[in-house]
Structures are given as structure tokens and as C-alpha cells.
Design a protein around this ligand. Structure first.
Ligand SMILES: Nc1ncnc2c1ncn2[C@@H]1O[C@H](COP(=O)(O)O)[C@@H](O)[C@H]1OP(=O)(O)O
Ligand SMILES: [Mg+2]
Ligand SMILES: [Mg+2]
Ligand SMILES: [Mg+2]
Length: 309
């Protein structure tokens, strides 16, 4: 390692510990029993105390250390002083030890955009489907995702009391992906993962058009991308608006790091510049392999129902 790590490596090393802290907050709020649920646009668009505190913790911790970075979080929160106990100052040593891919080594703070989903899978969190929940921190440069950190606060929760809960996955295209064992669905089996709480006829028509051997309905965008990289699904298909840039940035970076793709339903990439529209209006299609097959199966009627981004 050089004596002075690149800005982006310092950011990822901080984001790793910040995501772990956010994961601990998400667990603590659940165990307190007081979720503080607020409906945003409706019953399937919720915010809890955990979403609020985790976002405050992530944004305040990162902007304290990297004041010139643009940070965009999902939740609209009143600007107020964040209490000291929410600030995380740590950095993951093992990330600082890695050498930065040459193309990112000269990037400056002010060129980076961080997309924060403090709690992805809020609906499932309120229903006790705890392994669907993730904390997502994505880093973009020049409109492209260049690093992603995913904390899964309740990983291992089915093992019962005494199990050590939670894990953090991270990756950078050109460097690799860490914190999990990359696996693929065996053979030509098509296992499609899709929404369980934001479905409609267009969504289900599109899944059927993929001619899946199996459909896995689980919550969360981060969780569905974990299904792809751990060999439990071959494609994530969501032919609907609803996912936003903070849902996909971190996951897309990790997918790219292992040769996968995340696009809209036409196969076009999304951009993650600071000024882009937040909604992924033309849907989400993500795969580890054979992306073109899934793009080619999307019916015209589905494309007509979705606006271009
Ligand atoms: N219609 C919607 N309204 C609000 N959030 C949505 C909608 N559709 C998708 N999302 C966001 O994308 C994630 C993945 O969607 P799904 O689980 O339906 O596949 C959801 O957990 C939610 O993120 P969040 O929980 O962070 O609000
Ligand atoms: Mg939400
Ligand atoms: Mg989300
Ligand atoms: Mg969220």
C-alpha cells in the first residue's frame, strides 16, 4: 500500500464502518419495539425511526470526514444537529490496505457522489422479514457507480439467539467484490427474483415473459442483488417505476465488480450524477450473466407501459 491512500479508498473504508454502524442502529430500533412508522406516499412506502436515524448517522459521519462530497439520501429529514452518538469515525483497515484501481486514484472529493439508502426493504422490516433488509451506500463518479457497500444487519438471524448478526459486502469494478462467496445458478436454469410488495400486472407479465423455471419474490433491491451474486437467482426483473438511484447504485457497483449488469428494462444503463432524476422510471433489470437474453424477452407492451428514463 502507498503511504497515502486515494480519496476514494478512504471514502469506501469509512463507508464500510459507517454502514456497520447504520446496521447496528437498524437492529437497535427493532429490538426497542418502537418502530415509529410514518407513511410517505402510501401504505407500501414507509419510513421508520430506523430509516431516519440510520440516514442521519451515515450522512453526518461521511460529510464530517469528506465535506466536499455530494451525498444524496432517500429520506427527507429536517436539518438538525446530529447527536454525537450517531457519528462513526472508524475506517476499515483492510480496505485502506488495498491498492486503488489506477483510473480512480486521482479522483477528488468534489467529483464524487454518494447515494444512500439507509434502510432498503422498509416494508419487510416492519413485517419481520428481516433478512430482506440492507443498508446501501453507493459511490458514483462521472455518472457511473464505482464502489458499493451493502450491510445486511440481520444476516444469520434464522440461526437464533447467540448467532453473530450482520455482514458487510463491498466491491469496486476493477478491484473485486468482498464479504461473500460468488456463486452462479447452475446450468441453464432461469430463476427470476422480483418484488413481493410493489407488484402489478405489468410486473408479473414481464416476469412470465422471461419463461422462468422458478420465481423468487423477496423484498429489497439490495437483497435481490445479493440473491444474484450468491447463486440463488439468475435475474432481478422489476418492470415498474419505484426503485430510485439510491436503491441501485451500490448494488450495481458490486455487480459490475463481478461481471454482472444492471440496466433499465431496455438494457440501457442509468446514470448517477448529482443532478439526475431520482426515480428509475424504466424499471430495473439486473443479472450476473446472459443480460441480453432477458432484455430480448421484455414484451413491447411492457416497454410501452414504462417511460424512458
Ligand atoms: N412503489 C414503490 N414505492 C416506494 N419504494 C419503492 C417502490 N418500489 C420499490 N421501492 C424501493 O425499492 C426497493 C425494492 O423494491 P421491492 O422490494 O418492491 O422489489 C424497496 O424496498 C423500496 O426501497 P425502500 O425500502 O428503501 O423504500
Ligand atoms: Mg423507502
Ligand atoms: Mg430502497
Ligand atoms: Mg430505504
Amino acid at each position: 500500500m502507498s503511504g497515502n491512500p486515494a480519496v476514494v479508498m478512504r471514502l469506501v473504508a469509512s463507508a464500510y464502518t459507517v454502514a456497520e454502524k447504520a446496521g447496528a442502529i437498524v437492529r437497535r430500533v427493532l429490538h426497542s419495539g418502537e418502530l415509529g412508522i410514518v407513511e410517505k406516499t402510501g401504505a407500501n412506502d414507509l419510513q421508520t425511526l430506523a430509516d431516519r436515524l440510520a440516514q442521519q448517522s451515515i450522512c453526518a459521519s461521511l460529510s464530517k470526514r469528506f465535506p466536499k462530497i455530494t451525498i444524496i439520501g432517500e429520506e427527507e429529514l429536517p436539518a438538525e444537529e446530529v447527536t454525537e452518538d450517531l457519528i462513526e469515525n472508524g475506517q476499515a483497515e483492510e480496505i485502506l490496505q488495498k491498492s486503488c484501481p489506477a483510473e480512480y486514484s486521482g479522483l477528488k472529493e468534489e467529483e464524487l457522489v454518494v447515494w444512500v439508502d439507509p434502510l432498503d426493504g422498509t416494508k419487510e422490516y416492519t413485517e419481520g422479514l428481516l433478512d430482506n433488509v440492507t443498508v446501501l451506500i453507493g459511490v458514483a463518479y462521472g455518472g457511473k457507480p464505482i464502489a458499493g457497500i451493502i450491510n445486511q444487519p440481520f444476516y444469520n438471524y434464522q440461526l437464533g439467539a447467540g448467532a453473530s448478526l450482520g455482514r458487510t459486502i463491498w466491491g469496486m469494478p476493477g478491484l473485486g467484490a468482498f464479504g461473500f462467496q460468488l456463486q452462479e445458478v447452475q446450468g441453464d436454469t432461469r430463476i427470476v427474483t422480483t418484488t413481493r410488495s410493489h407488484s402489478n400486472n405489468v410486473v408479473t407479465d414481464c416476469v412470465a415473459a422471461m419463461e422462468p423455471h422458478e420465481v423468487v419474490k423477496v423484498g429489497g433491491a439490495g437483497n435481490k442483488v445479493i440473491q444474484l451474486v450468491e447463486g440463488r437467482a439468475s435475474a432481478y426483473v422489476f418492470a415498474s417505476p419505484g426503485c430510485k438511484k439510491w436503491d441501485t447504485c451500490a448494488a450495481e457497483a458490486i455487480l459490475h465488480a463481478v461481471g454482472g449488469k444492471l440496466t433499465d428494462m431496455r438494457g440501457n444503463p442509468y446514470r448517477y450524477d448529482a443532478n439526475v432524476k431520482h426515480m428509475n422510471s424504466a424499471g430495473v433489470l439486473a443479472t450476473l450473466r446472459n443480460h441480453e437474453y432477458y432484455v430480448s424477452r421484455v414484451p413491447q407492451s411492457v416497454l410501452q407501459a414504462l417511460k424512458s428514463d
